[in-house]
Design a protein around this ligand. Structure first.
Ligand code: GLC
Length: 568
């Protein structure tokens, strides 16, 4: 609930501010196929994003990060790129891209695009050339081709398992096999090949010349590989330490690539930014986030934590320390296009943990597999905790990454019929893992869904089916309702922009293990009650609260922000 009414429009275009914007930005992730559809083909597109530029401005975000919008056969939701320097014709044209960029820039919103360097689509001209060329050819040397094992090489070179299930190797008609760490349609590139390296520099310059402000680097820890024969088995790979010398992941030599990229980024004014998606041991994150490398890296620790004070405090302490080591700022994420939405995760029983503290299964996956039937989701509890967690996150120093639809308190959609599913994890696991379609269902903009209107997403239906309960979560239904999730996000983002000055954070003891309190610049304080018992607070200068305070007490599962705007 918003207690004070805060103007959302900045007086000056933030793009003219010379300070490094990315250090404390609110970045909104758009999954373009599911945001807004301008031409009624059921797929979101770039003109759809342009048409929502005012919505994004009023939300109060600093930047958008666009998941891939490049030509793609959609074997992995666009992360199978057929041409890195064009727009998928179903999503628009380069001219549409320019128009979108202009519309966002004039509203003070920066634009980050996704770069997918570990693999191309099998539709990429390079891979088509490789298929048409002989073994040992220059065209094959852009990818990772090997002879098979067993008599006649009829078996894959190794027993390696791909991230989406099944073998990591696929055989081509002349008998050779190629490596694909993800889907069959995503052949891994050979980063030992200078031509591959040069081509990505061209891509980075292509988008930088067009005016994009930064890049999100997909699986940044996987590019370089040591494929010296004999190749190890999967069990041997799993047993090897991830110390920079592992043959397949997080190798020290990947940073040679990013040092070269940094020179490209720094050749622009202002320098282009980058953020690494790197699933690596904590101690190695600063290598990716260093100013000589990509400059910033995701941490997914909040996303993997339960709604629990102890876990949240540890995550924040650890990551602020890591950020100090690299000289970067931390990032925070509660939801993205790969995980069950946080309103739903927090409404489900907490998952078990393994010995390293990681959830045994990704939060909520069991529930998705059961089609959302069992165990029962407690929607109001999930939404209450999600709002509290979001306000906790938005108070932290560093950059918060928000995923489209979370501002609406949107839940995961579990009830997608098998015939409508798109995620390769579903197909490669023979349906035992329903995958990520449930967080990628097109957004509900308008209340009421006449035939084809898809809750205002577009006039031609929606490429993933929207459930009837979306009518309770629409933008139109929430706008201007002070009790809505959307207005809470708007108020929080607007206040945050005024209150974020330096990057200091000071913990304040609360005397209660389930209550966290921290102070930011100029007396801005954030208190989150992760428990269910109300908590007595000693301040009354409430700026914002996810649940109304009652006679000086903060209800359970709620966050309050205190502060004095005049001090800022
Ligand atoms: C990243 C993306 C995910 C994609 C994978 C392969 O993890 O976030 O969506 O499937 O990389 O590109």
């Amino acid at each position: 609930m918003s207690i004070v009414d805060v103007a959302t429009s900045p007086t000056q275009n933030p793009l003219s501010d010379p300070a490094p914007w990315w250090r404390q930005a609110a970045v909104y992730q758009i999954y373009p196929r599911s945001f807004a559809d301008s031409n009624g083909d059921g797929l979101g597109d770039l003109p759809g994003i342009t048409s929502k530029a005012d919505y994004l401005h009023e939300l109060g975000i600093d930047a958008v990060w666009l998941s891939p919008f490049y030509p793609s056969a959609l074997a992995d939701g666009g992360y199978d790129v057929a041409d890195y320097r064009d727009v998928d014709p179903r999503l628009g044209t380069l001219t549409d891209f320019n128009a979108m960029l202009h519309a966002l820039h004039t509203r003070g919103i920066r634009v980050v695009v996704d770069i997918v360097p570990n693999h191309t689509s099998d539709q990429h001209t390079w891979f088509q050339e490789a298929l048409a060329s002989e073994r040992g050819s220059a065209a094959r040397a852009r990818y990772i081709f090997r002879e098979g094992s067993g008599p006649d090489g009829a078996l894959p070179p190794t027993d390696w398992v791909a991230a989406f299930g099944g073998s990591s190797w696929e055989q081509v008609p002349d008998g050779q096999w190629y490596l694909h760490s993800f889907a069959i349609e995503q052949p891994d590139l050979n980063w030992a090949n200078p031509e591959v390296r040069d081509d990505f520099l061209t891509t980075l310059r292509f988008w930088s010349d067009r005016g994009v402000d930064g890049f999100r680097i997909d699986v940044a820890h996987m590019l370089t590989k040591d494929l010296t024969e004999p190749l190890p088995s999967q069990a041997q790979l799993d047993a090897l330490p991830r110390d920079g010398m592992h043959p397949m992941v997080d190798r020290d030599d990947v940073h040679e690539i990013y040092a070269e990229w940094r020179q490209v980024f720094n050749s622009y004014d202002p320098p282009r930014t980058a953020v690494a998606e790197a699933w690596v041991d904590k101690a190695r994150v600063p290598l990716y986030a260093s100013p000589q490398g990509l400059g910033q890296a995701f941490n997914f620790d909040l996303l993997e934590a339960d709604f629990d004070a102890g876990q949240f405090e540890t995550v924040v302490r650890d990551n602020l320390t890591l950020a100090e080591l690299s000289g970067s700022s931390s990032t925070w994420v509660l939801s993205n296009h790969d995980v069950v939405r946080h309103a739903t995760r927090y409404g489900l029983p907490q998952p078990g943990r393994d010995e390293t503290g990681r959830p045994v299964r990704k939060h909520g996956v069991d529930w998705v597999i059961s089609g959302g039937v069992s165990p029962v989701l407690d929607r109001p509890a999930g939404e209450r905790r999600a709002s509290a967690a979001t306000l906790f996150m938005l108070g932290l120093p560093g950059s918060s990454y928000l995923y489209q639809g979370e501002e609406l308190g949107l839940h995961e959609v579990a009830e997608i019929p098998a015939a409508d599913r798109q995620d390769p994890t579903f197909f490669r696991s023979a349906g035992t893992d329903l995958g990520r379609d449930g967080c990628r269902v097109p957004l509900p903009w308008e209340t009421g869904s006449d035939a084809g209107s898809a809750f205002g997403f577009g006039t031609g239906g929606s490429h993933l089916p929207q459930p009837g309960w979306f009518s309770d979560y629409t933008v139109a239904g929430q706008a201007l309702d002070p009790a809505s999730s959307l207005e809470l996000y708007r108020s929080a983002l607007s206040l945050r922009r005024m209150l974020q000055t330096d990057e200091q954070l000071e913990w304040i003891p609360t005397g209660r293990s389930e209550v966290l309190r921290y102070r930011r610049p100029n007396g801005w304080e954030i208190v989150t009650n992760f428990g269910t018992e109300p908590y007595q607070v000693d301040r009354d200068d409430v700026l914002l609260a996810s649940r109304a305070l009652d006679a000086g007490t903060l209800p359970g599962e709620a966050t309050v922000w205190f502060g004095d705007l005049a001090a800022n």
